[in-house]
Design a protein around this ligand. Structure first.
Ligand SMILES: Cc1cc2nc3c(=O)[nH]c(=O)nc-3n(C[C@H](O)[C@H](O)[C@H](O)COP(=O)(O)OP(=O)(O)OC[C@H]3O[C@@H](n4cnc5c(N)ncnc54)[C@H](O)[C@@H]3O)c2cc1C
Length: 286
């Protein structure tokens, strides 16, 4: 079809490469090619002409980006590992079950079969499921380019809606997640099950001698990127029985800046966050 600037059905023309080595990918990226994982977000954006790359480099053949490796304290997940592989991975279910639950709550099966963890964090949709969970777990994003490797904590990598710390020519190689030896809950509220979150919260906690410990509460679907509720965490750590934390919770949720769109405004979303966390606390006390 002719390149028709008026058409929103087809992307503008681009070259397409599917190399078999990481080195070739990085060389093509140096020349200005954009990486493509499952194309789940990239292709719709190209069709809407929000992105018009001249050249795409498909990461589908790159073995180094695929594996899940469990070490003593961390799990390393290759950028091209799909949500479905994370959901079904025995290693992840037994070492970091909340991460498997987070993946299982993404879109529908078709989306989970093609969408990847590397594509999700690089796209940095503020409502993406992984962001609060990876923040709560203190995950790091491993980056590679022709000039070498570096690693950024998730909160430094995600800078805002669709905004990351990726430099020109840099690729997400893997996500490294410390193993959290406690319990985890994730709760997502969306209009339909497969939709992006209107509000999303991850809660991690340990119970040691009946005391709560190392509590982490992270909220997603925010304009600022995901945020921890540190005051709430402090008030829960070391507690033995049920306590009333509603004042602290309300104050902290008020300071959050949820994304705002046709699915809900800021105040509505703050209320949903408050409800989700209140219900999660009930589960925790039980
Ligand atoms: C119908 C639908 C429903 C969805 N629902 C949800 C949901 O409920 N929750 C949720 O979290 N997500 C949801 N998603 C998003 C989806 O899960 C994908 O994670 C996301 O679209 C990224 O897709 P992808 O991995 O195919 O990356 P792509 O679309 O291929 O790439 C996305 C962006 O990242 C860049 N990129 C890709 N890989 C890398 C890399 N390794 N290094 C650097 N840059 C890279 C690309 O250049 C592009 O800019 C949904 C998507 C669809 C289409």
């Amino acid at each position: 079809m002719e390149d028709d600037e008026g058409s929103l059905m087809y992307p503008a023309r681009f070259d397409y490469y599917r190399p078999s080595t990481l080195n070739e990918v990085l060389e093509l990226m140096e020349e200005g090619c954009r990486p493509m994982a499952g194309g789940q977000s990239l292709l719709p954006m190209m069709k809407l002409r929000l992105l018009t790359p001249n050249c795409l480099v498909d990461l589908g053949e790159i073995e180094e980006l695929r594996g899940i490796a469990v070490y003593k304290d961390t799990v390393k997940i290759g950028a091209m590992v799909t949500h479905n592989e994370i959901e079904e991975s025995q290693e992840i279910s037994s070492s970091i079950p909340v991460l498997a639950q987070t993946a299982a709550n993404i879109g529908d099966l078709q989306v989970r079969m093609r969408g990847t963890i590397g594509g999700s964090v690089s796209h940095a949709d503020p409502s993406a499921n992984y962001l609060p969970t990876l923040l709560a777990l203190d995950a790091k994003v491993k980056l590679v380019s022709k000039s070498g490797r570096r690693s950024l904590p998730l909160q430094e990598f995600v800078r805002g809606p669709l905004l990351t710390g990726l430099k020109q020519g840099e690729l997400v190689e893997a996500v490294e997640v410390p193993i959290y030896g406690g319990n985890g809950l994730i709760r997502k509220f969306s209009r339909r099950k497969a939709d992006f979150a209107i509000a999303i919260v991850t809660l991690l906690y340990k119970k040691e001698e009946r005391r709560l410990n190392d509590v982490r509460v992270a909220v997603g679907a925010l304009r600022t990127g995901p945020r921890r509720l540190t005051k709430l965490e402090e008030s829960l750590n070391g507690r033995m029985g049920r306590i009333d934390v509603s004042d602290i919770l309300i104050r902290e949720v008020k300071s959050l800046e949820p994304v705002e769109d046709l699915h809900g405004g800021v105040e509505y979303r703050r209320n949903v966050i408050l409800t989700l966390i209140t219900r999660m606390m009930e589960e925790l006390w039980r």
